[in-house]
Design a protein around this ligand. Structure first.
Ligand code: MD3
Ligand code: FE
Length: 216
């Protein structure tokens, strides 16, 4: 009897489902999940999750922290990368070795050898929280890819085109999935649909996303 007959999860997506410059590496982070989770807890003990304010004055529903030499922040004056965590007036925690190794090897697997991230943004989603469609444009060098690692509850990832009005594709991403974006995909619009409630066996009612960038 094939055990998969009893499973409710869909089959993993083909690696190229999101098109040129992208790679969906299903379950790529599962081998190191325990080390990733303990490293994440260590980072946010020093630089806790907070809800930042956009230049327009809105509090983001996604809670954020960072590690690495640079961290992404927003406040009333704008979006930027900064070496200092403004909540504690100290540098962001160092990037854990397990984070950096995973990002570099996933980028290589996707055809971007030699990726060395200097920034890792950590997003925390609770049920109902969303990230509206946007482009990532605050980095200096758009030839550098971005690697994202999903932990905890599943999410629906929205993937559009180079213009806001372009149609969006939606795929479900689950705990342990790693996605890579580079080349012609680097400036495509993307977002996360409102998180569906649920309980993840290790992490509870939450989704974390790590995005690795070379920002400086
Ligand atoms: C496609 N985060 O932090 S990760 C973000 O799940 C962000 O927290 C989402 O979008 C999250 O900026 C999505 C996937 C992602 C990240 C960066 C991209 C997709 C991307 C940059 C270009 C194209
Ligand atoms: Fe983004």
């Amino acid at each position: 009897m094939n055990a998969s007959l009893f499973e409710t999860e869909p089959a993993p997506y083909p690696k190229d489902i999101l098109g040129s410059g992208t790679a969906v590496l299903s379950g790529y982070a599962l081998d190191t999940e325990d080390e990733l989770i303990s490293s994440l807890k260590c980072v946010v003990e020093r630089s806790p999750f907070r809800n930042m304010v956009t230049p327009g004055g809105f509090r983001m529903s996604v809670a954020m922290s960072n590690c690495g030499a640079l961290g992404w922040i927003t406040d009333r004056t704008g979006y930027r990368y900064d070496a200092i965590d403004p909540e504690i007036n100290r540098p962001w925690p160092a990037m854990p070795a397990a984070f950096q190794k995973l990002a570099t090897s996933a980028a290589e697997e996707a055809g971007f050898p030699g990726f060395v991230p200097d920034a890792c943004l950590i997003n925390r989603y609770e049920p109902g929280v969303r990230l509206s469609l946007h482009q990532d444009k605050d980095e200096r060098d758009f030839t550098q890819p971005i690697v994202s690692v999903s932990l905890g509850l599943p999410a629906i990832f929205l993937f559009g085109g180079l213009e806001r009005r372009d149609n969006t594709q939606r795929i479900q991403i689950v705990h342990g999935d790693v996605l890579v974006w580079g080349g012609p995909a680097r400036l495509r619009y993307h977002g996360i649909a409102p998180l569906r409630d649920g309980v993840h066996p290790q992490l509870g009612r939450v989704r974390y996303n790590l995005t690795f960038r070379n920002a400086g």
